[in-house]
Write a protein that binds this ligand. Structure first.
Ligand code: MN
Length: 378
């Protein structure tokens, strides 16, 4: 039937992205995982017999990504068994320095990859149109989605039209003054009038259907980029025509960024924490941000530090959530006596214990004692 179409919706590949908390080989594997996500998308598109793949912006993390990132990304896109339509977003706008007009992109772009470098209607199959709203500069100075809808003639009889746009929608954004906000009500009015049959949005890195029509969707990023993302790692397979509409998520992401907010006051709390780290799988693709609150003895604090150091070696990364983490140490004179240190170390312990002693004791002295304790018991 004319106008019936199945496609894969994705966005925010952010190819070339770096994360400050990933060191050495972990960053290299994370960079490779974003390119592996392209191959995983190709597998889903092939298995689900998608007619094409739509990428709703931020294909690249910046217009300044390395030549290697561009070459490897295009190589992976060339393996997708259907046409791939790329929409420039706020991270990779079609400005004078655009990655899409770079010599390396032009040299390596495979024949199945099309950059939507003009706003407006692109016919992609019999009875199927993409209405594209690419970014030409950052920041955008207007609602590019509304501009594209307003500028286009209504679709012809029997034609399915899909809007491809990038940016935050007004109902989700706290920054109400931004002129680039996509006004959801305008999109839904266009859906109601039969001018749009699906809206494929990018910018939000978490999967979400917005509005009352069920036709406006963020796919989210295929591979996690930040701790705050609720449902990263998915792509959408969409069936649509003028009357019917179905959207199914498929998981392609392999990395996890997770926050552990826990109270640590007792040895049992540390047992639980240790067990939680132990259960993480796969560790080398998981980044854990800890926010630990509590008060520990010198011995337990030493155990906590050992435990964190141990798991840091098998995880992709473990970092402390600054401002949300507060582990205090209680200094017990008996614990210090058990250390059995002598000479100048004993003097240091005595000095630090004096500074740490009372209720308002110096937290740095307590941390120093905890470290000293930890090194001594080793
Ligand atoms: Mn993005």
């Amino acid at each position: 039937m004319t106008g019936m179409v199945r496609f894969l919706q994705t966005s925010d590949w952010q190819l070339g992205m770096t994360r400050h908390f990933l060191e050495g080989e972990a960053q290299a594997r994370y960079t490779a995982a974003r390119i592996d996500a392209i191959r995983a998308i190709g597998e889903v598109a092939g298995r689900e017999r998608c007619d094409f793949v739509l990428v709703s912006g931020d294909v690249f993390d910046s217009n300044l990504v390395s030549a290697r990132t561009v070459a490897r990304s295009l190589e992976a896109m060339g393996g997708i068994p259907c046409p791939v339509y790329l929409l420039p977003g706020n991270h990779d706008p079609l400005d004078a320095a655009s990655v899409y007009t770079s010599s390396i992109f032009r040299r390596d772009c495979p024949p199945n990859v099309v950059v939507l470098d003009a706003a407006g209607v692109h016919q992609v199959a019999a009875g199927v149109e993409i209405l594209a709203a690419p970014w030409f500069a950052k920041p955008a100075l207007s609602d590019l989605a509304a501009d594209a809808v307003r500028a286009a003639d209504p679709p012809g009889e029997g034609v399915t039209r899909i809007l491809l746009a990038h940016g935050p929608v007004d109902v989700l954004s706290p920054d109400e003054r931004s002129p680039a906000l996509i006004r959801l009500a305008d999109l839904e009015a266009a859906v109601d009038e039969g001018c749009l049959h699906h809206v494929a949005l990018g910018d939000r890195h978490s999967r979400l259907s917005v509005g009352r029509t069920g036709r406006v969707h963020f796919s989210g990023t295929p591979e996690v980029t930040a701790f705050r993302e609720e449902i990263p790692g998915d792509v959408l397979v969409v069936d649509v025509d003028r009357h019917g509409h179905e959207v199914h998520p498929h998981r392609v992401g392999t990395w996890t960024f997770t926050t552990m907010r826990r109270h640590v006051d007792t040895a049992e709390d540390l047992d639980d924490l240790d067990a939680e780290f132990s259960a993480i799988d796969p560790k080398d693709r998981t980044v854990v941000r800890t926010a630990l609150i509590g008060t520990l003895t010198l011995a337990d604090k030493a155990r906590l530090d050992d435990l964190l150091e141990r798991w840091e070696q098998s995880l992709a990364a473990r970092l402390t959530w600054e401002g949300h983490d507060d582990v205090a140490v209680v200094v017990d004179r008996d614990e210090l006596a058990d250390l059995g240190v002598g000479g100048f170390v004993a003097h240091s312990v005595e000095d630090l214990a004096g500074q740490a002693d009372d209720e308002n004791g110096d937290p740095h002295a307590r941390d120093a004692l905890a470290l000293l304790y930890r090194l001594a018991v080793r």
